[in-house]
Design a binder for this molecule. Structure first.
Ligand SMILES: [Zn+2]
Length: 384
């Protein structure tokens, strides 16, 4: 390598490391789509070789790939569906997903998942969620704050949270219950009622997600309206396909946050901006699923330049082979954001979390502390 190439490689490495060190807030992460590849491989092997439920060879290559096509992603979705009919697997996945996000300095994590009813497997929506919460409680690598704003250790989140020298990393975790677009109006209502029932156990909001070409807005509206009446915060996957009628209805409904907003026309775009609804931006996911033509042409730039409230998210970090640190890195390299702009972007996401003001205040303090370490020192170290 010549000196110039070496210098570039070092700069890339340094920026990647900085993005990992940056404290981050993750607001759009599906539990099943965030499973580690190694776990997926192990579980698929068990299902295939030991139990004969699937043909292991059919999914093996897809799991090993990092650049999956959309049909391959759907193949994995089918696998997730089979895997999550088992309570112990759900518990394991939940535990590992939190550990993985914490390992890359995510300090606040909202995980979304569809509570599943599967009579044949003795699974109810409630028992599924209990299995998820069991997993969060089993996390040992980091301290998890799940209930209100306190950690299991009774230590409140303080400046140490975001400090490199903290003995054990700490992370706030909250759960969003997803209504799947394949569900009936009554099943959707059950999910909202379950969210209400579990509001003291870390469940904090409702999401509408699933295959965007399936189902009708009118089916979920009564449940979403019920959630709104109960004061449960709502986020909706919006504009993954160009369904004009639904995009209009979603904007009129005015949820607390929106995911994606890919296929909006000029009028809808203006409406979104005037409503100032915070957007969960999922760069890699949108490019891989065709919601955005390329990273360079992603609507992030337009929203960012318009100072629209937004937050970078992964959507399905396992499925799309990304991480929240990588999404920040992509923004830096694609749109030329500086470190202080990236820091501001990460910090601004605190305003859009569904958790209470105590948590927000604690996160803001953490960011203030991290700023010294990540920006001030960095500027002092810079040659000019
Ligand atoms: Zn999503």
């Amino acid at each position: 390598m010549d000196t110039e190439t070496e210098r570039k490689a070092t700069a890339v490495e340094e920026m990647r490391e900085w993005c990992v060190a940056l404290p981050k807030v993750e607001l759009h992460a599906h539990l099943n789509g965030s499973v580690r590849n190694s776990t997926l491989l192990e579980l698929a092997k068990q299902l295939g070789c030991d139990k004969g439920v699937i043909v292991f060879e059919d999914v093996k290559d897809v799991i090993m790939k990092s650049d999956r096509s959309l049909p391959e992603c759907f193949k994995l979705f089918d696998l997730f569906h089979i895997l999550t009919t088992d309570h112990d697997t759900v518990t394991r996945i939940a535990k590992e997903v939190v550990e993985d996000f914490a390992a890359e300095n995510v300090v606040y994590l909202e995980i979304r998942t569809t509570p599943k009813n599967n009579e044949a497997k003795g699974m109810t929506k409630r028992s599924y969620m209990d299995a998820v919460i069991k997993g969060l409680k089993e996390v040992e690598a980091v301290d998890v704050a799940l209930f209100d704003s306190n950690f299991r250790t009774n230590e409140t989140l303080n400046s140490k949270l975001l400090d490199g020298d903290a003995k054990k990393k700490k992370i706030y975790v909250r759960l969003l219950l997803s209504i799947d677009r394949r569900e009936t109006a009554s099943a959707a209502l059950d999910t909202v009622n379950l969210a209400m029932e579990m509001k003291d156990q870390g469940v904090i909001g409702i999401d509408l997600s699933g295959n965007p070409v399936v189902g009708e807005w009118e089916t979920y509206l009564p449940a979403l309206q019920h959630a709104k009446n109960l004061g449960i915060p709502i986020t909706i996957h919006c504009g993954e396909v160009a369904n004009r009628k639904e995009i209009q209805a979603v904007l009129d409904f005015c949820p607390q946050r929106l995911g994606h907003v890919c296929c909006l026309n000029d009028v809808e775009w203006e409406k979104l901006k005037s409503l100032m609804i915070p957007v969960e931006i999922c760069l890699t996911s949108n490019v891989m699923t065709g919601g955005a033509p390329s990273l360079e042409l992603h609507h992030f730039a337009d929203l960012y330049n318009a100072k629209h409230p937004l937050s970078l998210c992964t959507d399905d970090s396992g499925l799309f082979s990304t991480s929240l640190s990588n999404e920040y890195y992509l923004v830096a390299t694609t749109f030329g954001l500086s470190k202080s702009e990236l820091f501001q972007l990460a910090q601004d996401a605190v305003q859009f979390v569904f958790a209470d003001d105590v948590v927000k205040k604690s996160l803001k303090e953490g960011f203030k502390h991290a700023e010294k370490r990540l920006l001030v020192w960095d500027e002092l170290a810079a040659p000019n």
